[in-house]
Design a protein around this ligand. Structure first.
Ligand code: UDP
Ligand code: MG
Length: 323
């Protein structure tokens, strides 16, 4: 993008779930950061993901005061990744930024992402060099998760990267053309290819409010990510099956050899019982893994819409916004 061209249009997508404590402050920071960028028009697409507090009221207020604000209110809580997808679907910019509503992703980093984009990058993704205000447990589980998924996933998903990123229009369109329901956004964007560049930043602590990702949701998110990007868990059944067969075979050979070559009889049912229980357990676990994939296939074939919208404010009545 050269300086002589007309203004580039940037959309910033902000998923919000019960963020009444921070949302106005976030808006102020975003606007302050984006107004520093020369030759740029921007819109802020706030997606209210079925908040149960006053978030939507605040968003309506922001929209009345600032015509660059768009509000997309979903009919209930659909979850972070779906909220991000909804925002991308309604964003009109030549490039789109995804950023959390809690200022953990510093808005000034967007400026650097825009520079990368103007230098030709198609995706500029934030890499967390430090995480502040998060428990050692969260940092440790997050780091273990990124390393695991990288070992077994079919595409390379950058380490320590969240959804904070800038994407060129062509990447956004490629992303939106993927119809899947389990939307592991960072994996799907990595899958598209193109020119993707890291932008290191320090992840700050939340300025207010609480995390919407308690352990249970984090685990769900991790499982979603792994299952939608890897078939390794399914292959586990084959490996364990081979291992068990070899074990059983050596047991048979051993018992036979003892019987033929010595006068020792192997007796007792304890070992037998343990073996049955053990392999019963293993089989149930593996059936469970298959069930996880099957459940996802079931979800896909139902072909329900990803989300429903209850309110749209500030969007242009025509063009891509009316989709
Ligand atoms: N979020 C959302 N829907 C949800 C949960 C979270 O839109 O069901 C939003 C939330 O408002 C925030 C972002 O997703 O803007 C990240 O959530 P959070 O900060 O709670 O996660 P953490 O940073 O603790 O991982
Ligand atoms: Mg956060």
């Amino acid at each position: 993008m050269t300086e002589t061209q007309t203004h580039a249009r940037l959309s910033v997508v902000v998923p919000c779930f019960n963020e009444e404590a921070v949302i106005r402050e976030t808006h102020r920071h975003l606007v302050a950061a984006l107004e520093k960028v020369p030759h740029l028009d921007f819109e802020l697409v706030y997606v209210d993901d079925g908040s149960r507090d006053a978030t939507l009221k605040h968003l309506r207020g922001l929209q009345r005061m600032d015509e660059r604000v768009r509000v997309l209110a979903l009919s209930r809580n659909f979850g972070h990744q779906i909220a991000v997808t909804a925002g991308l679907q309604s964003a009109a910019g030549d490039a789109v930024v995804i950023i959390d509503a809690d200022l953990q992703d510093p808005p000034d980093v967007i400026l650097e992402m825009i520079d990368r984009w103007r230098d030709g990058a198609d995706v500029a993704y934030g890499i967390r060099t430090q995480r502040e205000g998060e428990t050692a447990f969260k940092r440790w589980t997050a780091s273990a998760f990124y390393r695991l998924i990288n070992r077994i996933a079919d595409v390379a998903i950058p380490l320590d990267t969240g959804d904070f990123r800038l994407m060129d229009r062509k990447v956004v369109d490629a992303f939106l053309a993927m119809p899947e329901r389990d939307r592991f956004v960072r994996g799907m964007v990595a899958w598209t290819g193109f020119r993707q560049e890291p932008v290191p930043y320090r992840r700050a602590a939340r300025i207010a409010g609480e995390t919407k990702y308690p352990f249970r949701k984090m685990l769900r998110f991790a499982i979603d990510g792994i299952l939608s990007f890897s078939l390794v868990p399914l292959r586990l059944a084959t490996y364990v099956g081979f291992f068990a067969s070899i074990l059983a075979l050596s047991g048979i050979v051993y018992a036979l050899a003892l019987r033929i070559l010595t006068d020792i009889w192997i007796t007792g049912w304890t070992l037998l019982f343990i073996a049955i229980v053990f392999f019963g357990g293993v089989q149930l676990v593996l059936i469970g893994i298959m069930g996880e994939y099957l459940g996802r296939i079931y979800g896909e074939v139902k072909r329900r819409p990803l989300y429903l919208v209850k309110e749209r404010l500030g969007f242009a009545p025509t063009g891509r916004d009316s989709r």
